[in-house]
Design a protein around this ligand. Structure first.
Ligand code: ADP
Ligand code: MG
Length: 310
């Protein structure tokens, strides 16, 4: 879907992005993780031609984006940034309708689309469609920004640190909502963050950048297993590797397949081993019940098994 082929971007002598080759298949949620200045935004912005490669190419569905006129290209790519960039003198509905209006949709179709998107991002259409941006909280504004990016149903979404300015609770809510929306819409998403926990909470493909170079890529569990890579360990915090690794594994993976006792605390379906650990610490419990989820059966997860895995 998106393919970076030996992509380099130089500013003067320095390479902000240095020979990056990366393929993001259709429907994946790929997180670009790296410290500030590692080249994440530059790499992202080469997809919608807000930056141009000095060498190499970026392919979208097999087509070199250099051959696509930027305005046409950007109509097929949603773009969400930290500062949202809502037009302050436009109501929420008008903001969301920006691209559909450019595309000449008729009014009824636009209104229906705006309401459907507000519902999708968790905002009540009746309460929010007529508000102005200054009447929104940071989290609500970010939801509107996401709705606007999805308005014309682009197959690709680029998100550059969209949640970085939010308080931790709101941020976790929006991460959860983004995973849900990704599951419901099947969009291909490229998401930039410098936050390790956020990356692990979201990614089904993780790409780690350092000084413009791609130093690791793969499923989060694979990247965490690459113990040999010192820069990756440093980024995740050497002493927290075991903890982060637990975040990449489902609780079912270690559950003993037995009927859990009735009075055990129950872990929600889809929870990670890290969530299991936190629940046990919170409750002072040495085992929790795990519900069945998809291909995995449920059972009982024991503290001892969990500690051994970490
Ligand atoms: P990140 O998003 O990971 O924080 P960026 O991609 O924004 O990193 O920047 C990577 C490097 O490229 C930084 O050293 C930055 O100063 C430099 N850089 C980015 N954009 C420009 C630009 N337009 N002109 C000059 N240098 C730039
Ligand atoms: Mg950046």
């Amino acid at each position: 879907m998106i393919r970076f082929e030996g992509v380099t971007r130089r500013y003067g002598e320095r390479a902000a992005v240095d020979h990056v080759t990366l393929e993001v298949a259709e429907g994946r949620l790929c997180v670009l993780l790296g410290e500030s200045g590692s080249g994440k935004s530059t790499l992202l912005r080469m997809v919608n031609r807000l930056a141009e490669p000095s060498a190499g190419r970026v392919l979208l569905r097999g087509r070199d984006v250099a051959g696509i006129e930027p305005e046409t290209l950007r109509r097929g790519i949603g773009y969400v940034i930290q500062s949202v960039g809502l037009f302050s003198h436009w109501q929420v509905a008008e903001n969301i309708a920006t691209v559909p209006r450019l595309l000449g949709w008729e009014a009824g179709r636009i209104a229906a689309r705006v309401d459907a998107l507000l519902a999708l991002v968790g905002l009540d259409p009746a309460r929010f469609r007529d508000r102005y941006p200054h009447e929104l909280s940071g989290g609500q504004a970010q939801r509107v920004g996401l709705a606007r990016a999805l308005a014309a149903d682009p197959p690709v979404l680029l998100m550059d640190e969209p949640f970085s300015a939010l308080d931790p609770g709101t941020r976790r809510d929006l991460q959860r909502e983004l995973r849900r929306i990704h599951g419901e819409t099947g969009k291909t998403i490229l998401f930039v963050t410098h936050d390790v926990e956020e990356a692990l909470a979201l990614a089904d493909l993780l790409a780690v950048l350092e000084d413009g170079r791609l130093i690791a890529q793969g499923r989060p569990a694979q990247v965490m297993e690459q113990d040999g890579e010192r820069s990756v360990r440093r980024l995740f915090g050497e002493e927290s590797m075991a903890f982060h690794r637990l975040a990449t594994l489902p609780a079912q993976a270690l559950a003993q397949p037995e009927d859990a006792e009735d009075d055990l605390p129950v872990l929600p379906a889809g929870a990670s081993l890290k969530q299991a650990l936190l629940l046990m610490l919170e409750l002072g419990a040495d085992r929790v019940a795990v519900l069945p989820d998809g291909p995995h059966g449920g059972g009982t997860l024991y503290w001892a098994d969990l500690v051994r895995a970490a």
